[in-house]
Design a binder for this molecule. Structure first.
Ligand SMILES: [Zn+2]
Length: 409
């Protein structure tokens, strides 16, 4: 499709950014049927919720436990059932120390209010503002008040071998290049890790389902990865980079047309997609309702070697949100931190999508369920789940554009 029709199809800013990424247009002139709109309509709230619910049957999916291994098996079976047939596992070892119990740590840390003019820094280069709640992970299994969930989460975390699963949509004309779409499937806190990060894992699984449909064709490849060991410091993502970065773009065996590790064009991480209820009140309480101004926070890291291109990638996602997401807007920030995309950001444009900014907002305790026994499916309303669905719409639309997706007639 020609550039002029592309400019009609999506906004001029998006077109300019897309051309910087060297991408062809795939959006169409309004009225002739937009394949991306058709793809986005294949996502729905009930399917997204069901995927999160499915993950919560394995409790908090703490790394190194039997429930974590069962969750990896379940995710793999789901991906295969979607037709994402090229399902593989990355294997690595994690021998770090287990998380030590900190009973009552969160309760004993007071709410603090940052004074006018006081400069207090958060992670990723962020600056903290206003009222802060403690954001200390719960490491005490007995803090779970539901006996059935407490029993489900009772198995120990042991050092040793680890698996993480991924599958790939192979590009029709550029199988040697790919976008990586990721989320971490491990959790912590002795709840159900429904938001952190069942919500991101379900999003990636739903995108794998839509892109794996036999009538969807993409020019470039897309890899859907469910990282393990994020909560111990991105160990699963780091193992992936160490093992697979050197394989990028190599045809193997030569002449086969098969590329086990297509060249990385970008990495898009999804980590906590549900809760945006605003700043805590002065007494430390948080609104029970999703705030009407809730948005998706797309972050890149301004200190990364690929920062300039990551910033452009972030704005492609913001434009995709404006055109295709049904309910909630997206904002771009420059302090991406504390998630798997950090392991990629010096090699390739890397961004994260979240419910809030990681440094300034999640880091200030805006989400009272963060790493807590209350991070359960039942703690969230449809308004919360809908924020995650809108993030799925955003990434699906952006990746459809970037990978050159069309629908086979
Ligand atoms: Zn997380």
């Amino acid at each position: 499709m020609g550039a002029n029709r592309f400019l009609l199809g999506i906004g001029g800013v998006a077109a300019a950014l897309m051309s910087m990424f060297g991408q062809q247009a795939c959006a169409q002139v309004p009225g002739t049927g937009d394949p991306i709109k058709g793809l986005v309509s294949r996502l729905d709230l009930e399917r997204y919720k069901a995927a999160i619910k499915g993950l919560t049957q394995f409790g908090d999916r703490l790394q190194g436990t039997e429930r974590n291994r069962q969750a990896v098996d379940w995710i793999e079976a789901q991906l295969k059932s979607y037709g994402c047939a090229n399902t593989e596992r990355l294997k690595y070892a994690y021998n770090g120390l287990p998380l030590r119990p900190q009973p009552g740590a969160a309760a004993s840390t007071p709410v603090s209010i940052i004074a006018s003019g006081e400069v207090r820094l958060g992670t990723g280069g962020s600056r903290l503002r206003g009222t802060m709640r403690p954001a200390i992970p719960n490491n005490d299994p007995n803090a779970q008040s539901d006996p059935a969930l407490r029993a489900l989460n009772a198995g120990p975390s042991m050092p040793g071998p680890r698996d993480e699963v991924f599958c790939t949509k192979i590009g029709a004309t550029r199988p040697d290049e790919m976008y990586i779409v990721g989320a971490h499937m491990d959790g912590r806190g002795f709840g159900e890790a429904a938001d952190d990060d069942g919500s991101g894992t379900a999003l990636v699984m739903e995108l794998a389902r839509v892109f794996s449909s036999p009538d969807v064709v993409t020019e470039r490849s897309i890899r859907f990865v469910l990282w393990n060991n994020e909560e111990t410091g991105h160990d699963g993502a780091r193992a992936y980079v160490a093992q697979r970065a050197p394989l990028q773009g190599k045809e193997d065996p030569p002449g086969s047309g098969s590329y086990p590790e297509p060249k990385w064009l970008g990495m898009i991480q999804h980590d906590m997609m549900l809760w945006d209820h605003g700043m805590p009140r002065a007494d430390g309480t948080v609104s029970a309702e999703q705030r009407p101004e809730a948005d998706i926070n797309i972050e890149f890291q301004s200190s990364a070697k690929s920062a300039d291109r990551a910033m452009k990638l972030a704005f492609i996602f913001r434009d995709a949100n404006e055109k295709y997401a049904t309910d909630y807007p997206a904002a771009v920030g420059n302090h991406m931190s504390n998630t798997d995309s950090n392991e990629f950001m010096d090699t390739v444009p890397a961004i994260s999508l979240r419910e809030n900014e990681r440094g300034m907002q999640i880091g200030a305790g805006w989400n009272p369920h963060y790493h807590q026994p209350t991070d359960r499916y039942s703690s969230y309303s449809d308004k919360d789940f809908r924020l995650g669905l809108n993030a799925a719409q955003t990434t699906l639309a952006a990746i459809a554009q970037l990978s050159g997706a069309t629908l086979r007639k």
